[in-house]
Design a protein around this ligand. Structure first.
Ligand code: SF4
Length: 340
């Protein structure tokens, strides 16, 4: 494949060997190809900015090996019940005044009960009225629940695949890969934009990273938003102590995601606090064009807003007002959140 050939293609039939070939190219060749695709679909100096709020923290019945919110792990974490509506709206107003265009809300549930769903629907409606895009991550959804959220005006739903189907069982045992694919299908069928990605640095191989990207790129429609997280190692979680991923491997994965899903927003998500500014700049060049603002993700730290603002200024990057600016094809429209 020539460096220019992926530019015009939006494919859903990627073979893992093709993806491995891309990922394994000389670094400069891969970055050149990815940046060329990026420029063809987006303003290369614009980055979409979201803010994330944990609306219900901790005591999650799932056993995701990276997550401090799992009730299966011995992690010091202050648990919280579902936040009151007014508190959520106050946080959303604050996010808006700091330049966020999307407000993401995450709850540590296996799935929402119908009663809880009614409460989060009030949140979606209230945040929409503030003029912000809305995103939620609530665990697994039925088709009916997805439709209820769509009717309430939800713009995005985050549900990550996390890793390859082969490596998945070493990270999570309480829900299957197929469960995740089904939730993604319900969200898509309801007409909500899909946000789905994964976590790197969990001890997986390059092939696992390629297989994760293959799963995402070969969905019937590419997710509008693809968060790529770098594992934040939290003491007390099973994955604490995992050997850190080579940062260039992280950039290679971002670049490959950009080529495979040319019109999707590729989000630099959890793990940014451990990245130098230079590495983040390289990720933006490789095709990342979305971040979270704010000093905390769901439970793990994030660079402060002032730091991000200063970095944007140094790089001549400006925040996008709405995420459909700049996208120019198929997926027009556009967490870890769950990993954040
Ligand atoms: S990642 Fe989500 S589903 Fe998994 S334990 Fe954490 S909060 Fe629960």
């Amino acid at each position: 494949m020539s460096p220019a050939s992926p530019m015009s293609e939006t494919r859903h039939d990627w073979q893992v060997d093709e993806i491995l070939e891309l990922m394994g190219r000389p670094f400069n060749d891969l970055l050149f190809a990815a940046h060329t695709v990026h420029r063809a679909h987006f303003d290369p100096n614009a980055v979409q900015v979201s803010t994330l709020l944990s609306i219900k923290t901790g005591a999650c019945p799932e056993d995701c090996g990276y997550c401090p919110q799992s009730a299966h792990h011995e992690v010091e974490l202050e648990r919280e019940r579902l936040l009151p509506l007014e508190e959520v709206l106050e946080a959303a107003r604050n996010a808006r005044s700091h330049g966020a265009s999307r407000f993401c809300m995450g709850a540590a549930w296996r799935n929402p009960t119908d009663r809880n769903l009614e409460r989060v629907i009030e949140m979606v409606e209230g945040v929409k009225q503030l003029g912000l895009e809305t995103c939620m991550t609530l665990g697994m959804l039925t088709d009916t629940q997805a439709r209820r959220l769509k009717d309430a005006g939800l713009d995005y739903y985050n549900h990550n695949l996390d890793t390859s189907p082969e490596f998945y069982g070493q990270v999570i045992t309480t829900r299957t890969y197929q469960d995740r694919l089904e939730t993604l299908a319900h969200v898509r069928e309801a007409g909500i934009n899909v946000c789905s990605g994964g976590i790197l640095g969990m001890g997986e191989s390059r092939r696992d990273r390629a297989r994760l990207l293959q799963q995402l790129a070969n969905l019937p429609r590419h997710p509008e938003s693809v968060p790529i997280n770098n594992l934040v190692q939290v003491e007390g979680t099973p994955l604490a102590g995992t050997e850190a991923l080579d940062p260039f491997e992280f950039v290679r994965t971002i670049a490959t995601a950009r080529i495979l899903m040319p019109a999707s927003y590729v989000r630099l998500s959890a793990g940014r606090t451990d990245m130098h500014d230079e590495l983040q700049a390289l990720c933006f060049f490789a095709g990342a064009n979305s971040i979270f603002y704010g000093d905390k993700l769901l439970t793990t730290p994030n660079p402060g807003e002032n730091h991000d603002r200063a970095l944007f200024e140094r790089l001549g990057i400006h925040p996008l007002e709405h995420s459909d600016e700049g996208a120019s094809c198929e997926t027009c429209g556009g967490v870890d959140i769950h990993a954040a």
